[in-house]
Design a protein around this ligand. Sequence first.
Ligand SMILES: NC(=O)c1ccc[n+]([C@@H]2O[C@H](COP(=O)([O-])OP(=O)(O)OC[C@H]3O[C@@H](n4cnc5c(N)ncnc54)[C@H](OP(=O)(O)O)[C@@H]3O)[C@@H](O)[C@H]2O)c1
Length: 386
Amino acid sequence: MKNLAILGSTGSIGVNVLNVVSAHPEKYRVLALSAGRNTELLKEQIEIFKPKAVALLNESLATDLGKTLVGKDLPEIFFGTEGFSRLATMREVDTVVSAITGAAGLMPTYDGIRAGKEIALANKETMVMAGPLVLDEAKKQGVSILPIDSEHSAIQQSLQGHSKEDLKRIILTASGGPFRNMTRKEMEGVTAAQALKHPNWEMGPKITIDSATMMNKGLEVIEAKWLFDVGIDQIDVLIHPQSIVHSMVEYRDGSIISQMGIPDMMTPIAYALAYPRHIKTGLPSLDLVKAGPLSFERPDLERFKCLALALRAAAVGGSMPTVLNGANEIAVDAFLNEKIGFLDIPEVIEKTMDAHEVQPIDRIASVMDADGWARKKTIENLLTYA
Ligand SMILES: NC(=O)c1ccc[n+]([C@@H]2O[C@H](COP(=O)([O-])OP(=O)(O)OC[C@H]3O[C@@H](n4cnc5c(N)ncnc54)[C@H](OP(=O)(O)O)[C@@H]3O)[C@@H](O)[C@H]2O)c1
């Protein structure tokens, strides 16, 4: 029996994690759940899974939830970053599922690692912002970080039973998002509603916009660099619109090993929870005949400038990936709130990156400083778009 703290349980990943848990009640027990603002869904989850503790974004949401809960065995209620960290460090927790969106996921994940908890990681921003610090701490504590991202899960599966020495390169696949075939001119006028319609995956709003700009793939390149300890020059990105091949690994003899499956997050979530076993998910088998031809093409870094910016940040290193991430979060939020256009997203991020003096990332405090600086600078930059 594995005891889980699920951070971000009201999100797209969180709900799928709970689906896997429900399918295997003999294997997993939910000890803690966290939400941002969705108190209604959290309340339903509390009734079903009976966690010992929960946390919400702020004190007022936590107080309101406390007033509405009735009955016995009610959970303790916490709030804010400290509250999320309390859940991640609870004595009986074995595995922390890190599925909060954005930079808010970093501290609770890091605290979970410091407390020696295994991490099932969906929150890629943690690795982008603080990869080397997170990995050092995980090594020190002897804890595993098991990726939930479907691409990284595919790579992890393709590495099983092979020697790291033989690895030549990683090939990350990308769907290309809803605007894969649009010209830059056509992209100029796209709305948030259009960008939120991903062709293959059901995801939260931030990652869906990141998929449309291809920033998501850039963040994944940085995540893969740290998780699999490879150079950026060993990671290639290929557009694969069918989202059937979830990623590949090439070995020095020319062999390419890939992991395939229908595009459903239940598979990588189940693998992260049951690693190294494959447990039932209830998903139908992939019908390769119905899936039709599988195609691959190179990404266009001019139309998808966010991917180019992420590769630049990865090459520069230090605090630049943290700044890229912070600037991106602010720019995506501005786009979703109709303050800037779709093609302004990379322009806004680039301005912030150009103004940044790179610092070493040697402590969590330096990550927080770089993140804070990037957010402030990007908000300043946004004033010129008003
Ligand atoms: N969805 C996918 O298929 C997928 C695939 C790979 C990786 N990921 C990664 O997984 C993470 C979650 O993605 P998602 O698609 O599940 O996002 P989502 O549906 O938007 O859910 C995000 C979760 O985080 C909570 N949250 C948001 N902001 C918060 C804050 N400031 N403090 C505390 N909690 C906060 C939300 O709470 P409320 O809703 O209650 O406000 C929700 O529980 C992201 O890092 C994403 O990149 C997602």
